[in-house]
Design a protein around this ligand. Structure first.
Ligand SMILES: Nc1ncnc2c1ncn2[C@@H]1O[C@H](COP(=O)(O)OP(=O)(O)OP(=O)(O)O)[C@@H](O)[C@H]1O
Length: 275
């Protein structure tokens, strides 16, 4: 590691949030096969807050996000050194079932991906999978209300989820993700396929969701981070040793990252000097 990169990595480790930490993530090294994709990234994800991940393309934002709920397990060559602890428990411990991890740490993807089934069944899907014992109808309604979609779909719950607009489909996917009452929601560029109006609706929804859930959000859009994120983690790409390895440059309150960044690289990035 170069001296500059080392200094950046150690300063990033200094961030300690005031509130409760739900996920204590310390990614020492993350590999895809022999490729070192991410190193030296300590990210405490704080309860009831939105933590935004920003940085140039390929800096590992999605890799880090997907490491939090073992979504990367689906990639055979993925390997992680370090730990991800959810309420103190190592989610990568041998005895831990990744399906259970994802039940508590849910995910919303870049492209709205409703299943080819009714709006109702989309939301009820996870409840049935988890053999939910309570009233499914009530839970479906509550999830759709929390996803700010209920009034738009309450009279057509039997229509296909695919018949909705892009923004509605994304809110349906959010309803599907929250129906099983996860604790944490991981959102990987949830607005990148949406128009500006639908984007604003989903952003407003994120602000409402943090009343009930802890949110980690990958975004390419710096304005979006300033609008919704309480805390922002900025990642850079280290090319000093001939590779392209992402690492956490700086993490802090969103206002501090954008108005008073401590690292030169963060300053340049938030000033739009590179993307
Ligand atoms: N399944 C995979 N197999 C091999 N390499 C991968 C895989 N997924 C990602 N990578 C590599 O890991 C690095 C980090 O990728 P990642 O998608 O996490 O970055 P990102 O910051 O989210 O990028 P973007 O902003 O472009 O979406 C990149 O060099 C990418 O090519």
């Amino acid at each position: 590691m170069s001296a500059t990169a080392e200094a950046m990595a150690s300063s990033a480790a200094a961030f300690s949030p005031a509130g409760d930490v739900v996920i204590d993530c310390n990614l020492e090294r993350v590999f895809y096969g022999d490729f070192l994709a991410v190193r030296d990234s300590k990210l405490p994800i704080e309860k009831g807050k939105i933590t935004g991940f920003i940085g140039p393309s390929g800096c590992g934002k999605s890799t880090v996000l997907r490491s939090l709920n073992r979504m990367n397990d689906l990639i055979p060559v993925f390997r992680l050194e370090g730990h991800v602890k959810y309420h103190g428990q190592d989610v990568y411990a041998k005895k831990v079932d990744p399906v259970v991890v994802r039940r508590f740490i849910g995910m919303v993807f870049q492209q709205p991906n409703p299943f080819s089934m009714s709006i109702y069944d989309n939301v009820a899907f996870g409840l049935r999978l988890n053999r939910f014992k309570g009233g499914i109808e009530e839970r479906v309604q509550q999830a759709l209300e929390r996803a700010a979609l209920w009034t738009e779909v309450k009279d057509k719950l039997n229509k296909s989820g695919l018949s909705l607009s892009g923004g509605q489909q994304q809110r349906l996917c959010i309803a599907r993700a929250i129906a099983t009452e996860p604790d944490v929601l991981l959102m990987d560029e949830p607005c990148s396929a949406l128009d500006p109006i639908a984007t604003r609706q989903v952003e407003q929804l994120m602000l409402e969701l943090k009343e009930h859930y802890t949110v980690a959000l990958v975004t390419h859009n710096m304005q979006q981070a300033t609008r919704v994120a309480d805390t922002t983690a900025f990642f850079g790409v280290d090319i000093s040793e001939g590779g392209r390895t992402g690492y956490l440059v700086e993490m802090g309150e969103t206002a501090q990252i954008f108005e008073d960044p401590q690292e030169e690289l963060t300053k340049q990035y938030v000033a739009g000097e590179f993307s």
